[in-house]
Design a protein around this ligand. Structure first.
Ligand code: SUD
Ligand code: ADP
Length: 297
């Protein structure tokens, strides 16, 4: 029976490994190797059948609703499957924007998964993956969630690994500023950075060797993000000096920095200090084992 409404939890992500190559595809997208995991910081979406498609966010977005990835995903699903995507979508935004935490992408994946359920579609149908990729490079990852290796433009799933569920992370970013993926990639081209070795990270994930995984955390897009917003470099230097930090880097194109911590208490202490002593945005979280999940009523 179709649901009267669906509540979808749409988790954020961090990049444990990001290797941007100078090569580009026909769209101008960079070749990217990416290892991402989801975390328990999440947007929540309420989705209900309606007369027409509309998307609202809390807090209110400063751009037209048609530009929202949630709207675009619903429209693309309608187009791909010949259905009217007539839903009201309300997004409670908790994931900061222009942060590299994948907010726009997870919202899109959440809508795709919800419409699969509502319309009785198989989420593993290759058409679903195509819809996801048409919305953004990071959207396919969120259809899966656990640590995953993606290649191509960062949008082609290659390998899934055992989850690192429960591992504590501290997230810290400049209070107001952010970096868009587009700007970071443009900056990267002005001063490309060598691609870090990928295989040790993949092997560590296959072995579930946490020490090797966290030793392998790296992001060659980070210098571009720091060049655009120097406060990111300040945060990174600071967080790497904090006690009980196993690894730290910029996530994606920034502006958020994550630190993998030994304990939740250490992550909480870092976040508290970041907020109180430095005036940065901070939030502690844990690594998760899934993409968006749906509760129906
Ligand atoms: C950098 C990364 C790392 O995970 O994430 P974020 O920092 O955005 O979270 C991703 O590559 C971002 O993915 P996503 O945010 O989905 O990007 P899209 O909307 O598809 O693309 C935004 C813009 O980024 C550039 N882009 C994106 C992906 C890619 N492989 N090469 C690119 O050059 C293009 O200029 C594109 O117009
Ligand atoms: N559902 C959404 N949530 C947040 N931002 C969105 C959404 N849909 C579109 N956007 C646009 O995406 C921009 C952020 O993109 P980007 O920097 O690539 O994301 P990320 O936060 O993952 O780094 C926002 O400034 C906004 O204009």
């Amino acid at each position: 029976m179709p649901a009267r409404f669906m509540l979808v939890t749409a988790p954020a992500k961090i990049n444990l490994y990001l290797g941007v190559h100078s090569q580009k595809d026909e769209r101008g997208y960079h070749r990217v190797d990416s290892v991402m995991t989801s975390i328990d910081l999440a947007d929540t979406l309420a989705i209900a059948p309606a007369e027409e498609l509309s998307v609202h966010t809390v807090p209110e977005a400063d751009f037209p609703m048609e530009h929202n990835t949630a709207y675009r995903a619903a429209a693309a699903m309608g187009e791909a499957f010949g259905r009217d995507p007539n839903f009201t979508i309300l997004i409670d935004k908790h994931i900061p924007v222009r942060s590299g935490l994948g907010g726009p992408s997870t919202d899109a994946a959440a809508v795709i998964m919800a419409l699969c359920r509502e319309w009785g579609l198989d989420p593993t149908d290759p058409k679903i993956d195509e819809v996801a990729r048409s919305i953004g490079a990071d959207v396919p990852f969120f259809l899966y969630g656990p640590p995953a290796y993606l290649a191509g433009a960062g949008d082609e799933m290659r390998e899934l690994f055992r989850p690192l569920t429960g591992t504590p992370v501290a997230l810290v970013k400049p209070l107001a500023s952010g970096v868009t993926a587009r700007d970071a990639y443009v900056r990267f081209d002005e001063d490309p950075v060598d691609v870090p070795e990928l295989e040790p990270m993949l092997e560590a994930l296959r072995q579930h060797d946490e020490t090797a995984i966290f030793d392998g955390v790296v992001n060659n897009l980070a210098p571009a993000a720091c060049a655009i917003e120097p406060e990111i470099a300040e945060i990174l230097d600071w967080i790497r000096e904090q006690p009980d930090v196993r690894a730290a880097d910029v996530t994606g194109s920034g502006a958020c920095v994550f630190a993998v911590c030994n304990t939740q208490m250490a992550a909480d202490a870092i976040v508290l200090d970041a907020i109180k002593e430095h005036g940065w945005w901070g939030q502690s979280a844990k690594m998760e084992n899934s993409g968006p999940y749906i509760a129906a009523g």
